[in-house]
Design a protein around this ligand. Structure first.
Ligand code: PLP
Length: 392
């Protein structure tokens, strides 16, 4: 199946953020450049997804969606089959993606002025949504041990002021690529409990773990905190459906569910039929086989990318256990951020996400998305070696 991922599909002129906005955002033309920024993949989803959409188009009527039992059942099947987690269909809310889910959690479970804890560096939209909602971003910087991120709860305990009411965890972690261990997840849960915070666990990358790694849902790792836990998952990152904007917010606790339901009604959120139909098709045995092939392919890209950039003196790609987003540290080059970014964007013509947007700790990093045909990853490595050739 890997040949399917090798196909270079032209996305220019398709309103793709990744390809059609790279020039405006980074000054890198799609004609000469390689987009390795925003987290979507240059792959088509499994055929079952396109077939389900085609069936809708053939029918040709796009009225309000009702009866979402098949959709809920598909999510429950996926969580049990792929993650060993038993979900009650009644626990599931369908949002317009997980950034939207995050915003709704803020409305449902926090008040303006309260603090929301992030373990930084972390996915940049979290801080943006928290600040825009008038809540305070409380950065708890991670520490690097043996080249990978860990959390330091003694420091975080000392930092808490009592105004923090929510902690937002990214599991697996974007951009660090960590699959958190059971002990680490339990430590986050205990931290949320000690400081009486709602714990929102964004597990959008849960299917994108490297072969040999196993993601553990927070709901399984720490069942004793179910009364303060909100789980968020999605089919969109896994199957490359980000444009249909659909996400699952799964809340085992009835009281939290009532509050979330109120926030949804208050904002007038109702499901998008395209997302529901495509996600239902994706959460299937065919979808599962496709994901297995995908993660094997991504692992091959990861090796190629890491070996390539690892050969550049002073440049280190953080060891990845999950995601397709390489977190690359340029600190060892001794260059300023402006200089290494200029070399990547202008000399190598590669559009990437800038480390500081992920919060404290991201200053010397760039994030590279390698979910693209392998030939492009190979080309990126060649260009990067050339752009930093004077360091050899
Ligand atoms: C941790 C995390 N949450 C949420 C999102 C985006 O979610 P959505 O497209 O469903 O809003 C991303 C996208 O990269 C992400 O990395």
């Amino acid at each position: 199946m890997s040949s399917r991922f090798d196909e270079e599909i032209d996305r220019i002129g398709t309103h793709s953020m990744k390809w059609d906005m790279m020039e405006a955002r980074y000054g890198v033309s799609p004609d000469t450049g390689l987009p390795m920024w925003v987290a979507d993949m240059d792959f088509r989803p499994p055929d079952c997804v396109s077939a389900a959409l085609q069936e809708m188009v053939d029918h040709g009527i796009y009225g309000y969606f009702g009866d979402d039992r098949a959709y809920r059942a598909a999510i429950c099947w996926w969580m049990a089959e792929r993650h060993g987690w038993t979900v009650d269909p009644e626990w599931i809310f369908s949002t317009h993606g997980l950034v939207n889910g995050t915003g709704m959690c803020l409305q449902a479970f926090t008040q303006p002025g309260e603090g929301v804890v992030l373990f930084t560096p972390v996915y940049h939209a979290f801080a943006r949504v928290i600040s825009a909602a008038g809540r305070e971003v409380v950065e708890c910087p991670m520490v690097m041990r043996d080249g990978r991120y860990e959390m330091d709860f003694d420091a975080y305990d000392a930092q808490m002021t009592g105004r923090e009411t929510m902690v937002l965890l990214c599991s697996p972690h974007n951009p660090g690529g960590r699959v958190w261990s059971q002990a680490e997840l339990r430590a986050v849960a205990a931290f949320a409990e000690r400081h009486d915070m709602t714990l929102v666990s964004d597990e959008i990358h849960h299917d994108l773990v490297m072969p040999g790694q196993r993601h553990l849902p927070m709901a399984i790792a720490a069942p004793e905190i179910a009364d303060r836990l909100v789980m968020m998952t999605a089919s969109t990152k896994t199957f490359n459906l980000a444009g249909v904007h659909i996400g699952n917010v799964i809340i085992p606790d009835a009281a939290l569910r009532n509050r979330f339901a109120g926030a949804m009604v208050g904002l007038g959120i109702s499901p998008n039929s395209f997302g529901l139909v495509m996600a239902t098709a994706a959460y299937s045995p065919e979808g599962a086989a496709w994901v297995d092939a995908l993660t094997t392919y991504l692992d091959g890209n990861r090796r190629l990318f890491d070996e390539g950039v690892g050969a550049i003196p002073g440049v280190t790609s953080m060891p990845m256990e999950a995601t397709y987003l390489a977190w690359v540290d340029f600190a060892g080059t001794g260059m300023t951020a402006a200089e290494f970014t200029r070399r990547v964007e202008q000399d190598a013509q590669i559009a990437v996400n800038h480390g500081p947007t992920f919060g404290t700790g991201g200053e010397t990093f760039l994030r590279f998305n390698f979910a693209t045909p392998r030939a492009r990853v190979d080309e990126a490595v060649t260009r990067l070696k050339r752009a930093f050739g004077d360091l050899q």
